[in-house]
Write a protein that binds this ligand. Sequence first.
Ligand code: FAD
Length: 224
Amino acid sequence: MAATIQFFLPPTGGKSLLGRSGGVGASMTDWDAVVVGAGAAGLMTAIHAAERGRRVLLLEKGRKPGVKILMSGGTRCNITHDCDNRGIIEAFGPNGKFLHSALAAFGVRDAIAFFEGEGVATKVEDTGKIFPVSDRALDVLNALLRRLERSGATLATSEPVREIVARPEGGFHLTTAVREVTTPHVVVTTGGRSYPAAARRATATPSPPSSATRSYRPGPRWCH
Ligand SMILES: Cc1cc2nc3c(=O)[nH]c(=O)nc-3n(C[C@H](O)[C@H](O)[C@H](O)COP(=O)(O)OP(=O)(O)OC[C@H]3O[C@@H](n4cnc5c(N)ncnc54)[C@H](O)[C@@H]3O)c2cc1C
């Protein structure tokens, strides 16, 4: 029996604002990977996968990507902290161990270099927090969107993913508000329900699996 993720979503149709390729009815071979949710995590995932030569489709439920980035750091966006990777892990507390591999792949200095490389000058404040010199979270988001565009990934907004099914023969089948997509790799970056203002504008949380499906727990098996 296939494992399924269903999403709680309003029954409104989505509008696809596709980039260079794909479209309603696009076939499974069009995308090497589909990333669900264009927040900070989804944008970075899509950028890095596309820069490695993957054909990436990034699906966003809301009309705009990166909404939560705009409200982060009191609209200034605290990009990272002036410390080494270990400092981040220690500051996280007892559960920080899970951050080791992520920070080894893309650490504090990489994050600063990434944004500086996109023209976002950064500053360290007395608290150790690192912000854009402009104090504008919008500059951080725009840097991500510029890089996304250069990477060749395709962003489709107003296109909520309603269901993801793991196919017995391999890969995944996704149903969005406007099309069906089959792809070998899916990364779910739909964030959490952490903040009402963000949730009102753009969010969705995977529903519990129906009784007809295998149980779903967010984890690496969805991030192939
Ligand atoms: C007020 C506030 C201030 C913050 N300040 C900072 C800060 O200064 N520095 C910092 O590092 N962090 C800060 N954070 C935390 C940071 O904003 C979040 O950790 C980060 O933005 C989460 O990114 P994400 O990509 O995981 O999730 P999200 O930003 O939530 O993105 C998930 C995306 O998935 C989309 N989505 C959901 N369901 C579906 C679906 N079914 N189909 C398609 N798309 C879907 C949503 O619309 C959304 O765009 C702050 C958070 C808040 C709320």
